[in-house]
Structures are given as C-alpha cells and as structure tokens.
Write a protein that binds this ligand. Structure first.
Ligand code: AMP
Ligand code: MG
Length: 401
C-alpha cells in the first residue's frame, strides 16, 4: 500500500466517539467542542474609551478650545452623562458618558486646574470602541469540532462562558509485545520497553486518554486473549512489534483468533513497512512495527489521524510544510521515507533549510532528540541535492531556534 492508501485505510471505519461531557472552562484546554458556540452578547458591552484622556462633544469645540471639566470616569464605573458644554476625564476601558462622541488622548490635552485645553480637535468617534464593534451578539465564536487552545479559553472567558459541552476523549489502549522487554535493569538479552512510554505520551499529547495495557509475551494465545479482553473498553488499540514475518510475530494471527479482522498489512514506507490495520469488535486496531523510530513515524502517519477522527476534528495530512534540503543524499527509490531533520536557517525566499539527522534507519530514537521535525520524501526520490524542495512536519513551529 502507498502511504496515502494506508492513511485512508486507517480511517475507513473510524467515526467520532459518542459521548457528551459538560466541563468547566478550566478543564477544557485541549478538548474538542461538540457544538458551535455563539456569542451570547455584544463586545464591548458598552461604548468604551480606547485611551486615557478626555471625553467630550466634538461640536462643543467649534466655539472654544477650552472646556470646563466635570469629573472623572474610571474602568468599572457605571453609566454617566456628559453635562452640556463640558468634558470629563476618562480612563481606558471606562464607559463613555452619554452625550460624548470622542475621547482625546491625554497626551493631546492640556489640563489646567478644572479646565482642559484641546489644541487639535478630534473627529467624532475618535478613541471610542463602540458597543458590539469587536463582536456582535450571535457571532460564531468557535465552530463545532474545534480543539480548544489557550486563546479559545480566553475568548470564551471574555464572553462569560463558564462551561463547555465537549466530546468524550477517545480511549486508546497501548500494548508492547516481546519476550525481550523489561523496565529498568536488563539482564541477558533483555532491553527496555521504549515504545509503550513513548506511545502513551504521544497519545496524551494528542488529547486522548491513554490506557496502559502492558506487555504481551511473544505467544499467540496470550496475544489473542489480551486483544479480546481490552477491545470492549477502548476505541482504538495500538500495539508495537510482532507484525513482521518472523516466527514470533503473532499479531496478525492473534487478531483473527480474537474474533477480529485484518483490514490491511504492509505500507511502502521507511521505516515501518509491516504496519497492520484491523478491527476487533467496536475497536479499531493499528499494529506498528517494533523499531522505536518506526513507532514514532507510524504514530504521526497513521495513529494521529485516527485520534483526530475519533475526537471529531479533521485529520491533517502529514509533512505538508515546504522546506529545502541543506544536504546531499542518494537513496534507493521504492518506499517513501521519513527522517528526522533539524532547522538550519531560512533561505533567501524565506523557506526553512533543513539538515538530515540519523545516517541510517535504525531503532534508535537518539537523532530525534535534537530534531525540530520529520521530513518525508516520496518513493520515487533517489537523489536529493542541497537546495532541493522538501516537505516536512515541524514538531512545534513556535520552538524552532
Ligand atoms: P519486532 O517487530 O517485534 O520484530 O521488533 C523489531 C525490533 O524492535 C526488535 O529489535 C525489538 O527488540 C525492538 N522492539 C520491539 N518492541 C520494542 C519496544 N517496546 N521497545 C524497544 N524496542 C522494541
Ligand atoms: Mg518482537
């Protein structure tokens, strides 16, 4: 399968999870809205001063540049009236007194005792933020199916919204497989389980609920039993290892034995070719290979879109951001390839120039440690020269040095 076909297959029978939860705004960060949220009222709620200064009637300045002052209005004060022929001192955010049609900024006023002198008369409307000018009542604040970010939280708070209807978080179970896996001190042929902690972290960072289902031994019956036991409790099962051709690679058979179905196997991608897609009961199943870098790549290519679909947001294509190679590379064509990259500089057209990290496809996660993202080349690429166009996926655009 091509990567595109595999992504389509990964998503083909996944629907957003059912389940509605009302949560306070403080618990809503990273969660997905179920309904469209409309503005309950106008913002600003009243005509308000955009500057510290003096509120007045512009027409009063036709006769005189000097006006007597009639008090002060601060932010938080209630409504007031501007007496005829007078001005009032006003602070930013305060309600403009009825009758005033402009605010003159304090830097342009000369206040002498209980009078103000205006050298440059303002135009009507100057430095007033009219009621509803930021936002009309009923205006769409946040569309349904939006993952809430800090600015959404701020917008809802500004509108007095304290509770939000959210979609339940998708529940995703993680298994590692392999008799060699342990945690902590290793003896003999043991190695530490890297994939399960990494996948649990990736899933939590993607806004889903991660269920740690432990390590399955390299045994067909134990694998089938573990899959059948967890499937009714989750929306998606993600495993690592045991999907290749070796005699200990039991997951394809285990999926069958557990009453599930294989939907597809093997993707033209490097690393991580033997990816397995399937279903068991109501749960989707994605079997990533064992090599930890392949697990990381497989998560971004296939599992992240599955989480998006389960969450009710739109899955995004992987590695669509334009960049340029800052390296020369000759490779064997055939499979698309993903590799860690580091940001070097911007070129004269403003595109990021990337360095390729990690000389070979290996099990190590070390090259990712200094990486700013992942780049992907299509299967047909065999020669990449410094300055050639490239597509990449920054881990976080804000953090690029
Ligand atoms: P497999 O696909 O099960 O043959 O695994 C491929 C390679 O990845 C082997 O060298 C495994 O030891 C290694 N591997 C499998 N699972 C893990 C894991 N959870 N953490 C670290 N390495 C793993
Ligand atoms: Mg294995």
């Amino acid at each position: 399968m091509s990567v595109a076909d595999a992504v389509a297959l990964a998503l083909c029978d996944i629907a957003p999870v059912a389940g509605r939860e009302l949560r306070s705004l403080g618990d809503a960060l990273g969660r997905v809205t179920l309904d469209r949220i409309d503005a309950p009222g106008p913002l600003p709620r009243f005509d308000s001063a955009a500057m510290d200064g003096v509120a007045l009637r512009t027409a009063d300045l036709a006769q005189a540049a000097d006006l007597p002052l009639a008090g002060t209005i601060a932010a938080g004060d209630g409504p007031s009236d501007l007496p005829a022929g007078r001005a009032m001192q006003i602070f930013t955010g305060a309600p403009v007194p009825h009758g005033a049609d402009a605010v003159v900024m304090i830097e342009r006023c000369r206040i002498c005792g209980d009078h103000v002198h205006i050298d440059h008369p303002p135009a009507p409307g100057d430095n007033i933020r009219p009621l509803g000018s930021d936002q009309a009542p009923g205006q769409v604040l946040i569309e349904a199916g939006t993952r809430l970010t800090p600015h959404h939280i701020g917008l809802l708070a500004a509108n007095g919204v304290t509770e939000v209807a959210l979609r339940r978080k998708p529940r995703i179970a993680i298994f590692s497989t392999g008799d060699e896996l342990t945690e902590g001190a290793c003896a003999g042929g043991q190695i530490n389980d890297a994939n399960r902690p990494m996948l649990l972290a990736l899933i939590r960072a993607a806004g889903a609920e991660a269920v740690d289902a432990g390590v399955i031994p390299d045994d067909l019956a134990a694998s089938a039993e573990a899959l059948a036991r967890i499937a009714p409790n989750v929306d998606l099962i993600v495993t690592s290892g045991a999907v290749s051709m070796g005699g200990k690679d039991h997951l394809r058979a285990a999926l069958d034995a557990a009453g599930g179905a294989v939907r597809g196997w093997r993707v033209a991608i490097k690393p991580g070719k033997p990816v397995l897609f399937g279903r068991i009961g109501e749960a989707a199943y994605t079997g990533l290979p064992g090599n930890p870098f392949a697990v990381h790549v497989g998560f971004h290519l296939f599992v992240a879109p599955q989480i998006a679909r389960l969450s009710g947001t739109a899955p995004r294509a992987f590695a669509t951001f334009p960049a340029r190679a800052g390296f020369d590379w000759t490779r064997k064509p055939g499979r698309a390839e993903v590799f860690p990259v580091r940001f070097l500089r911007y070129d004269e057209t403003g595109l990021p120039v990337l360095e390729r990290l990690g000389r070979s496809v290996s099990g190590t996660l070390l090259p990712l440690s200094g990486a700013d993202g992942l780049a992907m080349v299509p299967g047909e690429t065999c020669d990449l020269r410094s300055g050639d166009a490239l597509r990449w996926q920054p881990f976080s655009q804000g953090d690029i040095r």
